[in-house]
Write a protein that binds this ligand. Structure first.
Ligand SMILES: Cc1ncc(COP(=O)(O)O)c(C=O)c1O
Length: 487
């Protein structure tokens, strides 16, 4: 630690001598402004319950961000005043315990500090021999351990699970067609490739098939049982039918926590079929995979350790600040074979900053990459997996509590079993339009943010309890909010 960072030992301000450099002219003034906004951000998190969950962005704020590009410099304090006035009050709202829409992580103060450090160091984690690469490898090893993968597995930070799932599809395709197909594409393939996932899979799987050039028409949507889990008889039948038609099944994607209801596909049984049929078995664990950090929940995901790859999001249940998606791949050679691309300007050496054999840029399409590993490492290091795992299990307990409350109340009807942390319900006798307006009215009240989805043709209110701050008392409060909108 430089001496200057100790309390009361600030360095003498060194005015910039470079008239075209972008550093502050006065470091002391900059330091004071930075400390103030750090305090404001901490206050924002600490006092989150006292503010509306969400409020609409007013016209004045929209206009503030419709200005021409500024040519002149402006005092940082003024810019930060704009941040205080326009950004803080109109954020998404996912820090608030009554934010239950979609699947949003809440972040942690530790993660915020990590982001600050990562931005200050401004490392490029695409490659080269520096500590950022070691931190990322540490997370790969930790996730291998947590998910029951071998220590030789490889992994990569990406924006989110949409991207991680896409990369997994690309790896599976390269594994099925061989390296040559990276040059020749799909034109010369003898058999059409087909993939399988459940009808409840996230839409990014179909999108990944589109982006990969294989087409979403080559993704079979396997029906689910009443609990929203992929039906194994239907999977086997679809594979047999495709083989009989001369197609080449190559990939099955199971979901550990479906986006609609949190259902977990029978991962062990999928693994069995994938092994017999020689398919790449990928798990979309965007929502659920980190549940493996909770000893009481691990059994729910039995079979995940037999998969070939897993996509997961630290920014959801892990509460690492956005964005922090991650891909874990059992066969590191297959992973690298799908992306590594030698280039004269990226040559490796056995020493110096250019050292290292496999760089993250060999494992995905990003060359320039931020230091997502730091905020993940700091979150896990500071909080520990026990505390994170307990908070994950607690969100499921809170979800079950909400479901039980709704079930006891004749005004509501549960629309799906609660497998994890997602509760879907309807208002008895209500039309889709009424339900839609109810959700939007609650948003605009600033009191809570549920979202919606359509289940079996019925528009349903959907609460996904991801937030580590959410309690059972919040659910009592939420049911009260719902009731007040029904009267
Ligand atoms: C099951 C599932 N898969 C994939 C995704 C996409 O993840 P991301 O938003 O991190 O890209 C989501 C998002 O909620 C999801 O629920």
């Amino acid at each position: 630690m430089p001496e200057s960072s100790q309390e009361g030992a600030l360095p003498a301000a060194e005015p910039s001598k470079n008239p075209v450099g972008l550093d502050p002219a006065d470091w002391q003034q900059f330091r004071a402004a930075a400390h103030r906004i750090l305090d404001d951000t901490i206050d924002h998190i600490a006092n989150v319950r006292q503010n509306p969950v969400w409020q609409p962005t007013p016209d004045a704020t929209r206009e503030r961000f419709a200005q021409p590009i500024p040519h002149a410099s402006r005092d940082l304090n003024d810019v930060l005043d704009d941040v205080r006035a326009h950004i803080f009050p109109h954020a998404t709202g996912n820090l608030h315990p009554l934010f239950m829409g979609w699947v949003h992580g809440a972040g942690t103060p530790v993660g915020m500090v990590a982001e600050l450090i990562a931005a200050g160091l401004n490392m490029n984690c695409g490659g080269r021999d520096h500590v950022g690469i070691e931190v990322e490898k540490q997370i790969v090893r930790w996730m291998s351990e947590a998910l029951g993968y071998p220590a030789s597995a490889s992994g990569l930070f990406v924006t989110g699970s949409s991207m991680a799932n896409f990369l997994a599809v690309i790896i599976a395709k390269t594994e099925a067609l061989g390296q040559g197909a990276r040059q020749t594409g799909l034109r010369n393939i003898e058999q059409q490739l087909v993939a399988y996932t459940s009808s409840e899979a996230h839409v990014c799987i179909a999108q990944a098939m589109q982006l990969s050039g294989m087409g979403s028409a080559n993704l079979r949507s396997v029906p689910v049982d009443v609990a929203g889990r992929m039906r194994m008889d239907a999977l086997s039948a679809a594979i047999a039918q495709d083989r009989a038609a001369g197609l080449l099944p190559f990939l099955v994607v199971g979901t550990a926590g479906t986006v609609n209801t949190g259902a977990i596909d029978p991962l062990s049984e999928i693994a069995e079929i994938a092994e017999t049929e020689k398919l790449w078995f990928h798990v979309d664990g965007a929502i659920g995979a980190l549940g493996m950090l909770s000893p009481e929940m691990r059994d729910l995901f039995a079979g995940i350790e037999r998969s070939a790859s897993v996509a997961l999001d630290f920014h959801k249940w892990g509460h690492v600040p956005y964005d922090a998606g991650f891909l874990l791949v059992r066969d590191s050679a297959a992973h690298k074979a799908a992306f590594a691309q030698p280039a004269a300007y990226l040559q490796r050496s056995d020493r110096g900053l250019a050292a290292g054999d496999t760089w993250p840029c060999d494992l995905g399409p990003d060359l320039s990459r931020g230091f997502r590993a730091l905020k993940t490492w700091m979150t896990i290091e500071a909080l520990g997996t026990e505390r994170i795992g307990d908070s994950i299990a607690h969100t499921c307990e809170v979800a079950r509590y909400l479901a039980e409350r709704l079930e006891r109340d004749p005004r509501f009807a549960l629309r799906a079993p609660v497998a994890l942390n997602i509760v879907c319900f309807g208002i008895r006798g209500a039309t889709a339009e009424f339900t839609r307006n109810l959700v939007l009215d609650i948003h605009e009240s600033g009191l809570a943010v549920p979202s919606w989805t359509t289940l079996n043709g019925q528009l349903s209110v959907r609460c996904s309890i991801v937030n580590h701050r959410t309690t059972k008392a919040d659910m009592d409060n939420f049911v009260g909010i719902l009731a007040s909108h029904l009267n």
